[in-house]
Design a protein around this ligand. Structure first.
Ligand code: GRF
Length: 216
């Protein structure tokens, strides 16, 4: 089976990128990382990619102020030059425009550190603690034109503990992020995902049928 060619867009430290690289190398993710693109020259993600022999490109946003579509056109060129089939946002800190979505319709995934549709946007671990929710988690979703609004592929739940700080909750969530992002990409690679309206259906899902979670 030929490998799904993915392009990963990043801005920072790249722990999700690393998890994807590790899963590809282990063979549990049947994909090839065709390119990693960062809008930040100094992103540690670029170094992580290069250490593994993956093409890593800095696409500077300089000169694109107020021209987000043009910046995205540049991204599309870079992705298409490398025959990327699926685009994965992994801590990419820019808002995607319709330019990218038109080139990759329902072919852009994102990971978000909360249980969407609760807590979209930034600083969401703090928002979850401040709100007093007893569970949070993470979500992989297809990207649409809204902010963290696209169809949900997979979610993982973690408890929010009384002793939690933003950092301790973020760390607990991140561990799950590292599992579910590769899982979502693999489900796509296996052709098992179908988008029906807002719902993403997964063929032959081995969903457990546990009754409920309770915390505390
Ligand atoms: C993750 O929490 C991800 O959910 C969010 O940005 C963070 C990126 O972290 N979109 P990393 O760069 O993958 O370590």
């Amino acid at each position: 089976m030929s490998k799904l060619r993915i392009g990963i867009l990043v801005s920072g430290r790249g722990s999700n990128l690393q998890a994807i690289i590790d899963n590809v190398e282990k063979g549990s993710l049947n994909a090839e990382i065709a390119v990693v693109i960062s809008d930040q020259a100094e992103a540690y993600s670029l170094e992580r990619a290069r250490k593994h022999g993956i093409t890593a490109v800095h696409v500077s946003a300089k000169g694109y102020k107020g021209k987000r579509e043009e910046y995205d056109a540049q991204l599309v060129r870079t992705l298409q030059e490398r025959n990327v089939e699926l685009v994965c946002l992994a801590g990419f800190m820019r808002i995607i425009t319709p330019k990218l979505l038109a080139a990759y319709p329902n072919l852009v995934m994102n990971i978000h550190p909360a249980l969407l549709p609760s807590f979209p946007g930034l600083h969401v671990q703090k928002a979850a603690i401040d709100h007093g929710v007893k569970f949070s988690g993470c979500t992989v979703h297809f990207v649409d034109e809204g902010m963290d609004t696209g169809p949900i592929i997979i979610q993982a739940v973690v408890p929010v503990l009384d002793s939690d700080t933003d950092d301790s909750l973020a760390e607990r969530i991140l561990k799950q992020e590292h599992k579910i992002y590769s899982k979502a990409i693999q489900l796509y690679a296996e052709g098992r995902l179908t988008i029906r309206g807002r719902r993403v259906l997964c063929r032959d899902a081995s969903g457990r049928n546990d009754d409920f979670l309770r915390n505390p």
